[in-house]
Design a protein around this ligand. Structure first.
Ligand code: ZN
Length: 247
């Protein structure tokens, strides 16, 4: 089975469509797994929810799904994110909000568990530093996990020989990671709709479940079309500008 692993789409339909089309060019995509934050920041929340439903995606909740439905309040969001969350909440209908509210915080699938943030705090915690990563690795009862939330493509290997107890490896276009027995492994496909690693191209992963190989991919998309829609919606300027620089 070939799986497109997407995360942090952030209502950027042009990026999502580019990623799904790219995934199909190399062979049939059997499933889409989404690691959360389909909405928030971007201009097309309803369209992105509909597109994932059409793909029958397996989907865990992120902080932006929870904010969009009012399940968490936006006090902990920065001002631009809070403004975008309020705008997003106005766009979504009752049926969409019900769907988002019902999303699980984690999904267990054989040897893989997936969450948006981390196992100890699925909605909020960023696996961006060793302390958080080692706590997450210690909580894993299966060898592999997929996470999102940081918007930076990354592999984190459990590493008893390192003083941190783990090793972070940035993933770039084409990097392939074998999911093998041995140290536990965390994979983050980066962000489809708002990359933050300095590369503005959409990021996602292709996971080949038979060969147990995860390949990170980057895809060009029409950034300006998304930015124009954001201008029309009067979304905060910084959210528009950051798409051009991948920050
Ligand atoms: Zn996000």
């Amino acid at each position: 089975m070939r799986v497109a692993v997407v995360s942090d789409i952030h209502a950027n339909l042009a990026a999502l469509e580019a990623v799904l089309a790219h995934a199909e060019t190399a062979g049939h995509v059997d499933a889409v797994w989404n690691l959360g934050d389909c909405v928030g920041y971007g201009p097309q929340p309803c369209e992105c929810v509909a597109r994932l439903r059409r793909a029958d995606a397996l989907w865990v909740a992120g902080n932006h799904e929870r904010a969009a439905t009012g399940a968490i309040d936006t006090r902990d969001f920065n001002p631009a994110a809070a403004a975008a969350a309020r705008w997003t909440a106005e766009q979504l209908g009752v049926e969409e909000k019900t769907l988002l509210d019902e999303l699980p915080e984690r999904i267990d699938r054989g040897d893989i568990v997936f969450v948006h943030g981390s196992l100890r705090d699925p909605i909020w915690e960023y696996l961006s530093y060793p302390g958080a990563a080692t706590a997450h690795l210690a909580t894993m009862s299966v060898p592999f996990s997929f996470v999102g939330h940081t918007h930076v493509p990354m592999a984190i290997f459990e590493d008893a020989g390192s003083p941190d107890g783990c090793r972070f490896v940035r993933l770039r276009d084409g990097d392939a990671i074998q999911l093998a027995s041995g140290p536990k492994l965390v994979l983050n496909p980066g962000s489809v709709g708002q990359p933050r690693d300095g590369d503005p191209r959409a990021a996602y992963g292709i996971f080949d479940e038979e060969d147990m190989v995860f390949t990170l991919r980057r895809v060009e998309y029409d950034i300006e079309s998304t930015q124009r829609l954001m201008e029309d919606a009067r979304l905060p300027l910084w959210l528009i500008e950051r798409l051009s620089i991948g920050r």
